[in-house]
Design a protein around this ligand. Structure first.
Ligand SMILES: Cc1cc2nc3c(=O)[nH]c(=O)nc-3n(C[C@H](O)[C@H](O)[C@H](O)COP(=O)(O)O)c2cc1C
Length: 157
């Protein structure tokens, strides 16, 4: 017995979450994707997880470099969330960013940035579950962008 994809999507749409962009770089190639699957795993050591589609380009680069950033999006970054949710090359030339200490991109204007080093990648059905150690955190300012019932929202609704 299992639920259908529609039931699964509908159920999960009732779970409110923040929105992140997972970003990677290999040489001059930069890539990234919008992800809501970001979660805390362990305090000591400081592990996080993210589940990435097996065919995602972001995952391919992350497998090679073992480094990525988690960019926690602010309320005024809905356009960034939409841009990074489209499969394929991402327009880094028009999105202000710098390089993290681990080489992966830090997008300007975020609420916070996690720099991560991959610890394990395990099978998660259609996705791979990436568990990574947080090597650096930087804090920004502002209100979070929230995803709930398939819509971008603020904490106020
Ligand atoms: C709100 C939202 C959340 C998403 N969360 C995830 C996620 O957690 N994991 C994932 O693999 N894809 C997620 N996606 C889909 C990816 O952002 C999308 O497939 C992305 O463009 C893949 O990029 P790439 O294949 O070019 O790396 C999400 C999309 C949206 C709109």
């Amino acid at each position: 017995m299992s639920v259908s994809p529609d039931e699964y999507r509908e159920g999960l749409s009732h779970f409110a979450s923040g929105i992140t962009v997972i970003a990677v770089a290999s040489g001059s190639e930069k890539h990234g994707m919008t992800a809501t699957s970001f979660a805390s795993v362990s305090l000591i050591p400081p592990l996080i997880s993210v589940a990435l589609e097996k065919d995602s380009q972001t995952l391919q680069i992350l497998r090679e470099t073992h480094a990525f950033t988690v960019n926690l999006l602010a309320r005024d970054q809905e356009d960034v969330a939409r841009t990074f949710a489209i499969k394929g090359p991402k327009p880094f030339e028009r999105i202000p960013h710098s390089a993290g200490k681990n080489g992966a991109p830090l997008l300007e204007g975020c609420l916070a940035w996690f720099e991560c080093s991959v610890q394990s990648i395990t099978d998660g059905g259609g996705h791979e579950i990436v568990v990574a150690e947080t090597t650096r955190i930087e804090l920004g300012a502002g209100e979070p962008l929230v995803y709930y019932r398939r819509a971008y929202r603020s904490l106020k609704g």
